[in-house]
Design a protein around this ligand. Structure first.
Ligand code: V47
Ligand code: SF4
Length: 392
């Protein structure tokens, strides 16, 4: 139905660099590329080369399907005991009067705002508040589930989980079980940043380390939960740090199979302690998405988070391996607007998301958190959606 790309066989056959040609042939034969080959791709692959291959892989896996969901976020607090240098969002506990701290009742009011609306997921992520403990969130999870049992709860980064579980003096396995029993169904991918200590020690020295992050996701997968994984790129890291990060995730995925989606997050430099670092170019963004699609062969999905990239660049990623654009969000997150994203009030109606995907000549499919298909919009006229209040 749709096609945007060059024939990858021709692109590989005509490349003059022998190393790149061998890597391209390996990918076209369906074989996994190595760590060294990942680094070579970052060092040498042009955007058309990486893009043609990534688009081919994407179409092998998903055809033209591009997934999104109908979701909203709850950000319980932006008060945080940690001091990640890239964070534009958090306030230290000593300055908590400049931030927000939502009570269970206030968070339930947000959930109730969506009564009767066809959202399928609530995404709960915030700062690490020293007074919001595991049992506070157990109560929140139980209340959300009692109010709306069909709403899938995807919540808490490994950073928040590590702190609340350790503070409750439970093992990671015990803590995850308590939260799962209370209604937590999936984990978002945040807090991964860059795993390698050479970079992690410079950008977020005090929060959970790579092994801690991976252990929490392993424990969730062992309980039958699914999760996502992010990578914060485009700051101090070198190419090999990115490949090292992806390699650790790929290994865990080989072991558990519990990851749904890999989400590269572009570093935005607005109003944080790393504002002196320039943001990288859109060409480098697209190369990164393409190479991530080629490297993360056991991750079913690659997501571009549109509130962070902006709508137009998110559309562009659909030609470079991406097959998921997250959700409608409904202006319920502040993390990226505070870091300088173009999207100051991130909200898209279903009709807007569908037409954004159609403009990129892809097939919009609404999914739930676990990628069960809810509705395929390929043959639905966008103007029909615009007049139906259920899609606005
Ligand atoms: O871990 C913070 C990132 C993450 C900045 O799993 C920044 O579906 C760029 O994890 N520039 C939290 N990024 C958000 C997150 C997430 C978002 C959307 C979907 C999912 C999912 C997960 O936000 C943090 C950090 O990597 N972040 N500050 C910044 N200045
Ligand atoms: Fe806290 Fe998360 Fe910001 Fe780090 S990125 S300071 S853990 S809110």
């Amino acid at each position: 139905m749709f096609s945007t790309s060059a024939d990858p066989r021709q692109v590989v056959a005509s490349v003059t660099d022998k190393e790149l040609q061998q890597i391209g042939e390996k990918i076209l034969a369906g074989n996994r590329i190595s760590y060294d080959e990942g680094v070579i791709l970052f060092e040498k692959a042009s955007l058309p080369f990486a893009g043609a291959l990534a688009n081919w892989v994407r179409e092998q896996k998903h055809g033209h399907k591009t997934y999104f969901n109908r979701n909203f976020h709850i950000e319980p607090t932006n008060v945080c005991i940690f001091t990640c240098n890239f964070c534009s969002y958090s306030k230290l506990y000593a300055h908590r009067e400049d931030g927000w701290e939502l009570s269970i009742e206030q968070m339930m009011d947000i959930v109730k705002k969506y009564d009767g609306k066809p959202v399928t997921e609530v995404h709960i992520v915030g700062g690490v508040h020293p007074k919001m403990n595991l049992y506070y969130f157990v109560e929140l999870l139980q209340k959300i589930k009692a109010h709306r049992p069909d709403l899938h709860i995807k919540g808490f980064t490994a950073v928040e989980l590590d702190y609340m579980i350790r503070k409750a003096k439970l093992s990671i396995e015990e803590g995850m079980k308590v939260l799962h029993d209370a209604g937590l169904q999936s984990l978002p991918g945040g807090g991964a940043e860059i795993f390698h200590s050479e970079i992690r020690d410079q950008i977020c020295p005090d929060k959970v380390d790579a092994d801690g992050w991976l252990n929490i996701h392993r424990a969730a997968h062992n309980l039958g939960m699914h999760s996502n994984a992010t990578m914060l790129y485009g700051h101090l890291e070198q190419y090999w740090h990115r490949v090292d990060h992806m390699e650790r995730l790929r290994k865990l995925q080989d072991e558990t199979g519990g990851f749904n989606t890999f989400i590269p997050l572009k570093f935005r430099n607005g109003d944080n302690d790393m504002s002196n670092i320039p943001e990288i170019s859109v060409i480098e963004d697209m190369r990164l998405y393409a190479i991530a699609r080629l490297y993360m062969d056991n991750f079913p999905h690659l997501k571009a988070y549109w509130p962070m990239l902006g709508r137009q660049n998110a559309q562009l990623t659909l030609s470079f391996g991406v097959n998921d654009l997250d959700g409608t969000i409904d202006d319920t997150t502040k993390i990226y607007s505070m870091a300088g994203s173009e999207e100051q009030t991130p909200a898209l109606s279903t009709a807007q998301l569908v037409s954004l995907i159609k403009q990129a000549k892809r097939e919009p499919v609404e999914r739930d958190t676990l990628y069960n298909e809810i509705k395929n919009y390929a043959d639905i006229d966008v103007t029909e959606l615009e007049v139906n209040p259920l899609y606005n």
